[in-house]
Ligand binder design. Structure first.
Ligand SMILES: C[S@@+](CC[C@H](N)C(=O)[O-])C[C@H]1O[C@@H](n2cnc3c(N)ncnc32)[C@H](O)[C@@H]1O
Length: 289
């Protein structure tokens, strides 16, 4: 089994959320044009009137961690949230991305643990409360630990409660900081790095700068897990005009090319079934190899 097939096999049993052909066609010809071209002021007024929590979170902090939490496991009470969280392609794709990234991280940590004399250290950039790394640590050897970096420390109280309730309080460390200053917080060097939900908010130059600092402090041969986002959700105009979300859509190849500039290679790209996100695994070239 080659490297690509091995990584594919790690995720082959995941039960993803899918959209059937009829619902998908209805979204494409009816729902997406409606939300994209309905006057944005009227749409915002409707969402405000409907007390839509997801919209409010995005207005307060576009692309912030709270909207992720609502999509991952919020139990929405408002009708507008029920529609967006349970039926919206983006929320479904986010939950698929969580499953995919959590499993890949767990496998990479476990694999690294088999050849390491010291506990495996994972680093999460733009981690929010750490839902995905907590998923991964729960499936990994119990010596593995993680440092979670986020610019917004208000995710941390929620994250610490999550870690505590999962029995992982002593295996996660929350650090407030900008991912661009990442080298300040790393001891021991991370073997696995998670960059999920962050590249779509960064320019090419910012990504390359971060990766160059990262490659200087990561363990040689270490792995990174990141994601690209496509316009397959069909509602970019709605996200920009109504939600205030300005995401940078890149193909897995475009994003991988940026990682390659900082010495990463052996890219394996895995789409979730809605083809909105690809989760990509890459390895930092071992300079000594
Ligand atoms: C979309 S959320 C993703 C959270 C988490 N990684 C996930 O996938 O569930 C993006 C997170 O990146 C953080 N963030 C954005 N820019 C950042 C920066 N320059 N440095 C550190 N964190 C940043 C935000 O505060 C937010 O919590």
């Amino acid at each position: 089994m080659d490297h690509d097939q091995k990584i594919q096999s790690w995720v082959s049993d995941i039960e993803f959320e899918r959209v059937g052909p009829v619902k998908s066609a209805l979204k494409r010809v009816l729902m997406n044009p409606l939300v994209n071209y309905f006057p944005s002021s009227a749409m915002k007024a409707i969402l405000r009137f409907a007390k839509c929590e997801l919209a409010q979170c995005n207005w307060d902090d576009p692309g912030g961690w709270k909207s992720m939490v609502i999509s991952y496991h919020g139990k929405p009470t408002q009708i507008a949230d029920k529609i967006l969280v349970n039926g919206g392609a983006m929320s479904m794709a986010l939950r698929n991305r969580r499953l995919l990234a959590g499993r890949l991280l767990a496998k990479l940590i476990t694999q690294a643990d088999e050849t390491s004399d010291i506990p495996v250290h994972a680093l999460c950039l733009g981690a929010g409360p750490g839902r995905i790394i907590i998923d991964a640590l729960l499936q990994s050897p119990d010596t593995a630990h993680a440092t979670l970096v986020d610019i917004s420390s208000d995710a941390f109280d929620y994250g610490r409660e999550l870690a505590e309730s999962s029995g992982l309080a002593d295996r996660v460390k929350y650090v407030k900081g900008d991912v661009r200053d990442v080298t300040d917080v790393l001891d021991p060097p991370p073997v696995v790095v998670k960059m999920i939900g962050i590249c779509e908010y960064l320019t090419d130059e910012q990504i390359v700068d971060i990766l160059k600092s990262l490659s200087g402090v990561m363990a040689p041969g270490g792995s990174v897990v990141f994601n690209s986002i496509s316009t397959a959700h069909g509602t970019d105009r709605f996200f920009r005009r109504v939600m205030g979300l300005h995401m940078i859509h890149r193909t897995p190849e475009q994003l991988s090319a940026l990682f390659a500039q900082a010495g990463f290679g052996e890219f394996v790209s895995l789409p979730e079934p809605l083809a909105i996100y690809h989760v990509i695994v890459a390895r930092l070239a071992d300079q000594k190899a």
